[in-house]
Structures are given as structure tokens and as C-alpha cells.
Ligand binder design. Structure first.
Ligand SMILES: *Cc1c(COP(=O)(O)O)cnc(C)c1O
Length: 361
């Protein structure tokens, strides 16, 4: 069967997700397991979203609205863009894949930071692109280095903002300066999966930049702050012509009805999420202090996850934590062999993580 497959797929390493709680319980015979590995919201979505899901569940015999009409109108109003400037995806991951499918052809060049979110490279390889990677400098995007990689063949540049796993963000000046160097024939894909967590006043207003630069695609998600990771819904914001291209490669019912209803309810409860953002920021500080007390270094983050330098092979620490029922991410596959990535959890989860870590060290 391998010889029948499209040959570019063998350049792709299958994505390895954070381990599910139930799987770890089963395998290690543990009763209580916490997951701080996939940057999920540990509290879940707002109660209104849960109600909306129950209501929508009564109609799951019907196909979803392939146009996401209600959600589209609400979001367009919120973002002050035309409703035709939006596309919804089965997670924002799907929008990444739609973009490379619609725009990237064999031999086109795609520029990606290293380390960065792994889906960018998977999607680019699937489109048979030539990938140019640009190492981070002290965990920050080397935008000058990325500019030097731009050629007439560059079809797409991925900017994770804030990026995962670095937790760093690009400013308005950063992105504006970068856009000046980019040809209008190159798409700049700005992934804002952690947008809702960023409180820095100099964080880029990417939707604002779209007015001047038609070659920008911005994505955001309901998986992280909004707490709907299990329902799979994210969206893209771009020029109407870009969205039209993406729609041509989108499956007609790619976003399920429960996800649409829940996402709309989340948008209508901004206060719940403002409180949540404040709580996560507070917990992040407490986590930093705990890490420092253990004599370890971390990379300060504007998101709901933190990179910690263990000063030893991360795989060992990750396995030892797993044995104690704490799932975190080993950053070795990202080329950060001494680092683990930990999601900010509830106060109890964070305490348990720190205590388990202390026991190991
Ligand atoms: C989690 C994440 C996403 C998207 O997740 P979806 O659940 O597919 O919306 C996108 N980019 C980054 C950097 C992420 O960490």
C-alpha cells in the first residue's frame, strides 16, 4: 500500500498529540490523572455554552448550517469585518490546511520558524512545498532572517502569534515592518490561537492590518481560551477573495452544529472569559514563583502555557511526572531537548504539578 500513496506523505511525521487522560489512567493503572499538555482551558466553557450544546443536541439528526450563518453574523459584527471575510473550520488547524491546499503548489516555498507549531510544516509538506526554516533567536522570531529567505517563489510565511511552544508575541511594529518586506504575491499566515490571552498593549492588530495588506490570513480558535477544544471550531479572517479561494477547498459541512451553537454562546459571554483570562494570568505568576523556588528557569509567556528548562533530558522528567499522573509535554521533538511545556491549570492542578516535580528533582 505504501507504494500506492502520494510520495510526499512519507516526508510527514504524524502529529503526536498530548496523551488523553483516560489513556494514561488505563496504561499506568492510575486513579487520578491531570493533563497539562495541550493548552486547554481547565475550567471548560461558559455555562451558557453548555446550555447551547444541550439545545443544539436535539437537532443532531439534521446537517449543520454549512455557512455557520448565526455565528458568522455575530463574529463579523464583533470584529468589524464583512461576513464574507470569515471562514470557519473544524478547529483552526483545518484553516491552516485549507490555506496550503488552496494556495501552495508543488515547488512553492513556505517559510516557518523553528521551533514552531508542527501543523504548519505538516500542511506545507502535504502541498509538496519547499520549506525554509528560520531558527528562533532567544525564543523570539528572527524576522530579519525570515526576510532574507523571501524569494519570488515564497508563497506563504507562517507567523504564530503568540507562537507555540515559545509563548512569545510579535508587536505591531514587528508585523508592520515585516509586511513592508513581503511581496503582495506572498501570503502571511498569522496564527492567533492564543489571541485572547495576550494583554500586551503593543500586540499587533492584525485584523486592522488586513485593510492595507490583502495578503494576510489571520486565524483564531475556540479551542484554547473558550474551552471548546473537544468540539473542534476555529476561524480565519482574510480578504473576501482569499476566503472565496479557501471555500472552494472546504468540505460543505466541516463545522458541526454543536460547535456552532457553543461558539456563538461563548461570544455572548465576554465577562466569563475576562475573568478567566485574569485567573490564568494570576496562576501563571504563581507557577513562575514555584518554578523559581525549584531552582529552574522558564521562558516567560503571554499565553496559558510555559516552557521550563529542566537542565536535564526532558524525556526523563516527563516520564517520571506521568508515573505520578501528571501529563506535560516533552519538547524534544521540537529540538528543545531539556524543555517541558506545561499548561496553566487550576490552582490545585498547578500545585500538584509543582509538588510532583519537586519529588522528582
Ligand atoms: C492549539 C493551536 C492551534 C489550533 O487548534 P485548533 O484546536 O485546531 O483550533 C493553532 N495554532 C497553535 C499555535 C496552537 O497551539
Amino acid at each position: 500500500m505504501r507504494s500506492l500513496a502520494q510520495n510526499t506523505i512519507f516526508e510527514i511525521q504524524p502529529y503526536v498529540p498530548g496523551r488523553p487522560i483516560e489513556e494514561v489512567k488505563r496504561e499506568l493503572g492510575l486513579k487520578s490523572v491531570i493533563k497539562l499538555a495541550s493548552n486547554e482551558n481547565p475550567y471548560g466553557p461558559c455555562p451558557k455554552a453548555l446550555k447551547a450544546i444541550c439545545r443544539a443536541a436535539q437537532q443532531v439528526n439534521r446537517y449543520p448550517d454549512g455557512d455557520c450563518y448565526d455565528l458568522r453574523q455575530a463574529l463579523a459584527q464583533r470584529l468589524k469585518v464583512s461576513s464574507r471575510q470569515l471562514i470557519f473550520g473544524n478547529g483552526s488547524d483545518e484553516v491552516i490546511v485549507l490555506a496550503t491546499r488552496a494556495f501552495v503548489q508543488k515547488g512553492d516555498e513556505v517559510i516557518i520558524a523553528q521551533p514552531s507549531f508542527l501543523i504548519y510544516a505538516i500542511a506545507a509538506k502535504l502541498a509538496a512545498a519547499k520549506i525554509k526554516t528560520v531558527p528562533l533567536k532567544n525564543f523570539y522570531y528572527d524576522l530579519e532572517g525570515m526576510k532574507r529567505c523571501l524569494t519570488a517563489k515564497t508563497k506563504m510565511v507562517f507567523l504564530g502569534n503568540p507562537d507555540n511552544p515559545s509563548g512569545q508575541y510579535l508587536t505591531q511594529d514587528d508585523v508592520q515592518g515585516f509586511m513592508r518586506a513581503v511581496s503582495p504575491r506572498t501570503l502571511v499566515f498569522i496564527d492567533e490561537a492564543y489571541y485572547e490571552y495576550v494583554q500586551a498593549p503593543d500586540y499587533v492588530n492584525s485584523v486592522g492590518l488586513l485593510k492595507k495588506h490583502k495578503n494576510i490570513i489571520v486565524t483564531r480558535t475556540f479551542s484554547k481560551m473558550y474551552g471548546l477544544a473537544g468540539l473542534r471550531i476555529g476561524y480565519g479572517i482574510a480578504h473576501e477573495e482569499t476566503i472565496d479561494c479557501l471555500n472552494r477547498v472546504r468540505e460543505p459541512f466541516n463545522v458541526n452544529s454543536l460547535a456552532q451553537a457553543a461558539a456563538l454562546a461563548c461570544l455572548n459571554d465576554p465577562l466569563y472569559y475576562q475573568d478567566l483570562a485574569r485567573e490564568i494570568a494570576r496562576q501563571r505568576k504563581i507557577l513562575y514563583a514555584g518554578i523559581e523556588r525549584l531552582g529552574l528557569k522558564y521562558v516567560a509567556s503571554c499565553t496559558n502555557f510555559v516552557l521550563i528548562d529542566m537542565g536535564r533530558p526532558a524525556g526523563l522528567v516527563v516520564r517520571a511526572l506521568l508515573a505520578k499522573g501528571v501529563i506535560v509535554r516533552d519538547m524534544s521533538p521540537w529540538g528543545l531537548g531539556r524543555f517541558i511545556r506545561v499548561t496553566i491549570g487550576t490552582p490545585l492542578e498547578n500545585k500538584r504539578f509543582l509538588n510532583s516535580l519537586k519529588g522528582i528533582l
